[in-house]
Design a binder for this molecule. Structure first.
Ligand code: ZN
Length: 194
């Protein structure tokens, strides 16, 4: 990492582009604490402020890879330029180990669920801690590279599909974008990358 990271980046096609990041902003919504943020979001919703918009408040996005503004008629959202160093310093990925222990590896070996993919790759419930850490490591790296796809946006927030690689097999995992650079895993497997 160098001082130039604040200005330039390489996109997925290895083209040089400007590493411009923004913080989504909706007035009156605090980034934290979460309970207070939720109270204000719900309160603002009573006054017809869109919850998809307030869910984006405080989130860091690459300016060239973000929902458009305005998001809808009478949208109050703004964006603030922020330095990549700030994004890099504050961002972190979070994954509940239960995503593996209670979801991926919950069912028996020969069940037809998504867990078959993980068993086929040679993983078992014993690898949950490793997978959790590996998912977070990869997702944070890809997020900071701006290498994410915008998926569903609703009152709970903006979902991102992030490329993940396990033993050379490439697929998307699903993440929720949260304020101040936090991303939280919601789906360990969201489809193969062709
Ligand atoms: Zn808005």
């Amino acid at each position: 990492m160098s001082i130039f990271d604040d200005f330039i980046r390489f996109d997925e096609n290895e083209n040089l582009s400007y590493n411009r990041w923004i913080e989504w902003d909706h007035f009156l919504i605090p980034n934290k604490p979460e309970w207070y943020r939720e109270i204000l979001r719900n309160l603002m919703a009573i006054f017809a402020h869109c919850m998809s918009c307030s869910a984006l408040d405080g989130c860091y996005l690459l300016d060239t890879n973000r929902p458009k503004q305005p998001l809808h008629e009478h949208c109050d959202c703004r964006k603030k330029d922020i330095s990549f160093s700030k994004v890099e310093n504050k961002s972190y990925a979070e994954c509940d180990i239960a995503k593996f222990t209670e979801y991926v590896f919950k069912n028996v070996r020969d069940s037809k669920g998504k867990n078959k993919i993980f068993y086929d790759l040679g993983y078992s419930v014993k690898d949950s801690e490793y997978l959790k850490k590996e998912y977070c490591r990869q997702a944070l790296k890809q997020y900071l590279l701006g290498n994410y796809k915008l998926k569903n946006l609703d009152r709970r927030g903006q979902r991102l599909a992030i490329p993940t690689d396990l033993k050379g097999k490439k697929f998307y995992s699903g993440w929720m974008l949260c304020p101040e650079g936090k991303i939280r895993n919601i789906t360990p497997f969201g489809g193969w990358i062709k």
